[in-house]
Structure formats: structure tokens, C-alpha cells
Design a protein around this ligand. Structure first.
Ligand code: DX5
Ligand code: ZN
Length: 217
């Protein structure tokens, strides 16, 4: 079984204190930092862009896990690559998904493939050779603080099996949306090894303690 990694989503933090907040969760053992980029077109919300990510990059040693919820992300790979270790793009947002994944890899970054709750896992099969991580959305993308959609558990298992069956056991399975100390155990048992948590970390009274609790669970 792969090691479990916690990826706190900056979307839920206090932006005025972002540098200190991300440092705190990294020191508490969260190895990744999840960066939710929204364009108000692919999703009905706007978050932040590459300048924000660049400004917090020196505050933490975390792996920068950038989740692009933008239409035709190909247009912005150049802008995000310098400040990201992993760039994850939506299957639903790309005219040429393979070309987009290849562009991320051509920048020397890891490529993630993400699907919305209504998109079947099977669409990803042709792209497995181009992917380092599969992200299963367990809420509709756009907002933090939503409830975990229970049918996501089946999709997590399916994604793990799809990768293993095709000989891509190195692929990581990430899950994003509505994860907390109560449900993180079943998400991991279903086959996920990278856990995004926004509200459960940054809206907790003590974010560092919240990271530790998630890791223990
Ligand atoms: C939703 C984002 C998530 C979100 C997770 O569009 O992709 O990363 O911030 O937040 P919580 O953990 O609060 O559901
Ligand atoms: Zn996300």
C-alpha cells in the first residue's frame, strides 16, 4: 500500500495570512499543498492565479499540487509550471486532453488527470501512460466546504484498479472534496493515497493539529 499524503487546500485558508498558514501545515506533516485555481467559467467561482502561488512558494517546502479548474488549461501551463510540482487538469475542460498532459510533462512537471463526479473513470483509460496522478472529485468543483458524495468511494476503487490492471501501479490516486477525520479512513481503504482537505484543516481551531488527526485516522 502507498504512503498516505495530506494535501491541504489553500482555498480554505485566510488569504491575508496565507504564508504563515501554509508553513504551519507543512511543519505539522502535510507534505503537499493543494492549490485550487478557478476561472469563473469552468466553475462558477474565481479563486487565484499564478502570482498568488508564486508569492507563497517560498513559505513552505511542500510539493505544490496545482488543480486547474479552468477552461482550456493548455493556455496557462507555461504560467503555472514554474511554481507547481504537479499540475492537474480536468478531462472535461480540454479539447485535446493528451496534448495538455504532454505539455505539462514537457515542462518537467507531474501530470494529473481529474474528473468531475458525473464523469466515469473509464474515460481515463487511454491517457494512463501520460498520467502521474488521477484525481477523483468527491464534490462538484467550485467551492470548498461541501459534503462528500458517497458514490465517489466506488470511483476511487475503480481508478486504483484501472491503473493497476494496466500496469500503472505508480499512479497516485488523489481525492478532493468534503474529506474530514470521519470519512478519511474509508477514502484511504477505497484506494486513495493523496488526500485533499480544505475546511477540515484551515477552518479547524488548530490547523496543525487537524493535519495530525487526519494522518492518524
Ligand atoms: C473544490 C476544490 C477543493 C476544495 C476542497 O472545487 O477543488 O479542493 O477546496 O475543500 P473541502 O475540503 O472544504 O471540501
Ligand atoms: Zn481541488
Amino acid at each position: 500500500m502507498k504512503k498516505t499524503i495530506i494535501s491541504p487546500s489553500v482555498l480554505a485558508c485566510d488569504f491575508a495570512r496565507a504564508g504563515a498558514e501554509v508553513e504551519k501545515v507543512y511543519d505539522a506533516g502535510a507534505e503537499y499543498l493543494h492549490l485550487d485555481v478557478m476561472d469563473g467559467v469552468f466553475v462558477p467561482n474565481i479563486s487565484f492565479g499564478p502570482d498568488f502561488i508564486r508569492s507563497i512558494r517560498p513559505c513552505t517546502g511542500a510539493v505544490f499540487d496545482t488543480h486547474l479548474m479552468i477552461t482550456e488549461p493548455m493556455r496557462f501551463i507555461d504560467a503555472f509550471a514554474p511554481y507547481s510540482d504537479i499540475i492537474t487538469v480536468h478531462y472535461e475542460a480540454c479539447a485535446d486532453f493528451a496534448a495538455t498532459l504532454n505539455t505539462i510533462r514537457a515542462h518537467g512537471r507531474k501530470a494529473g488527470a481529474v474528473i468531475k463526479p458525473a464523469t466515469p473513470v473509464s474515460v481515463l483509460e487511454p491517457f494512463l501512460p501520460l498520467v502521474d496522478m488521477i484525481l477523483i472529485m468527491s464534490v462538484e468543483p467550485g467551492f470548498g466546504g461541501q459534503s462528500f458524495i458517497p458514490s465517489s468511494l466506488g470511483k476511487i476503487s475503480e481508478a486504483r484498479e484501472l491503473a493497476d490492471r494496466n500496469g500503472f501501479d505508480a499512479i497516485d490516486i488523489e481525492v478532493d472534496g468534503g474529506i474530514n477525520v470521519k470519512n478519511v479512513g474509508e477514502v484511504i481503504r477505497a484506494g486513495a493515497n493523496v488526500i485533499v482537505a480544505g475546511s477540515a484543516v484551515f477552518r479547524a481551531a488548530d490547523p496543525a493539529e487537524a493535519v495530525k488527526m487526519l494522518k492518524q485516522s
